[in-house]
Design a binder for this molecule. Structure first.
Ligand SMILES: *Cc1c(COP(=O)(O)O)cnc(C)c1O
Length: 366
């Protein structure tokens, strides 16, 4: 029987094995592992890919969000607006700096933050709005820009799931004041370990993020902030430069699969994600379907050899770590529904036609 893993990185890594080996060889030859040529090169390439001026590598995506908040001086006593439907890292970054997350429910059509529910949450303590381009779908940014300008808030993007996604031709990384990316191996652009980046047009913010992630120092042994150590290393940067060249092609492959799913999956019990106006702007990090009888659906697919995932089974407000918000999921009915019904079916570059067809026929027979 066909066995379809949820994600198989071997397929994309195999085709670029030679280039990855060469990247490794060059770093070893230089014997320079932190803050060198590979780092500088990737930062330039990725900034330019996003259509932005600045990119600063970080140790991971969570740190990228956290360092942006710190760079803006956001901390204790401040509120940050954030979607209730997101990966926990977005919220961890806020509480890490001592600020308070203020949740906004998801939009029923896009599963991303509902722009119409934001203004009522703004208080005189609000300092920033974080939009999350969840599942690879870029958030329609205009209303958020309007609110950020009206109330003098920072507009921050969590673009960890949306490398290359765009709104009206403007790519993530260039949609807000500053954006955080993760290069966790399973993301659309993934390193071979942990890595992340901050992308912005604001040189001052970029410099501050770099200093904060480098022991709070702009200049060796001169420490301006109580910083931390969160940097992109040379090896990961070198691997990322290799993989960045393929990102558009891989995203295109993801879109093709999503289009086939949208066209060929017909099952009243399985609700498919809605497509954006311009499908070219979606990068389908995840293909989320909603199924009322989720446990049965997952088990059924498993029996057919198809692995799935859930993004995310437990709402953030209902996590042990956030006991102070316990019960508040009732205020976010769309998020509650997504957490109860979401199932991510396999979608990744390198999937064969046969595998795609098998997923479709199994889902249709559920
Ligand atoms: C992966 C992810 C992060 C965190 O990135 P790491 O590199 O794993 O720290 C943050 N936000 C979202 C939406 C993510 O999917």
């Amino acid at each position: 029987m066909t066995q379809i893993p949820y994600l198989d990185l071997k397929r994309i890594h195999q085709e670029i094995q030679g280039e990855l080996d060469e990247a490794y060889r060059q770093v070893i030859e230089r014997q320079w592992f932190i803050g060198g040529k590979a780092d500088e090169q990737f930062e330039q390439e990725f900034a330019s890919y996003c259509g932005a001026k600045e990119c600063v590598g970080t140790g991971n995506g969570l740190d990228a969000i956290r360092l942006i908040l710190l760079a803006y001086g956001i901390g204790a006593g401040d509120e940050v607006i954030v979607p209730a439907n997101t990966f926990i890292a977005t919220v961890l970054a806020i509480t890490y700096v001592g600020a308070t997350p203020v949740f906004v429910d998801a939009d029923e059509n896009t599963y991303t933050i509902n722009s119409q529910k934001v203004e009522e949450k703004i208080t005189d303590r609000t300092k920033a709005i974080i939009v999350v381009h969840l599942y690879g779908r870029a958030v329609e940014i205009e209303p958020f820009r309007g609110l950020a300008d009206k109330y003098s808030l920072k507009l921050i993007e969590d673009a960890a799931q949306a490398h290359g996604a765009a709104v009206s031709g403007v790519r993530t990384g260039s949609l807000g004041d500053a954006a955080a990316f993760s290069f966790y191996p399973g993301k659309n652009l993934g390193a071979l370990g942990d890595a992340g980046a901050v992308v912005t047009n604001d040189k001052e913010v970029a410099d501050r993020v770099r200093a904060l992630g480098n022991y709070g120092s702009y200049e060796k042994y001169n420490h301006v902030y109580k910083g931390c150590n969160s940097r992109l290393d040379e090896l990961q940067a070198a691997f990322l430069s290799v993989k960045l060249k393929y990102l558009d092609k891989w995203n295109e492959e993801r879109r093709k699969i999503a289009e086939i799913y949208a066209k060929e999956i017909h099952n009243a019990k399985v609700v498919l994600p809605k497509m954006p106006k311009d499908i070219k702007e979606h990068v389908f990090h995840i293909y989320p379907v909603l199924v009322e009888n989720r446990t049965e659906f997952i088990e059924y697919l498993r029996e057919q050899g198809i692995a799935t995932n859930v993004h995310y089974p437990i709402p953030i407000t209902e996590q042990k770590a956030y006991e102070e918000f316990r019960g508040q999921i009732e205020n976010y009915p769309v998020t509650k529904k997504i957490c109860a019904q979401e199932v991510s079916i396999p979608l990744y570059p390198g999937m064969t036609e046969e595998e795609i067809e098998w997923v479709i026929s199994c889902v249709n027979r559920f």
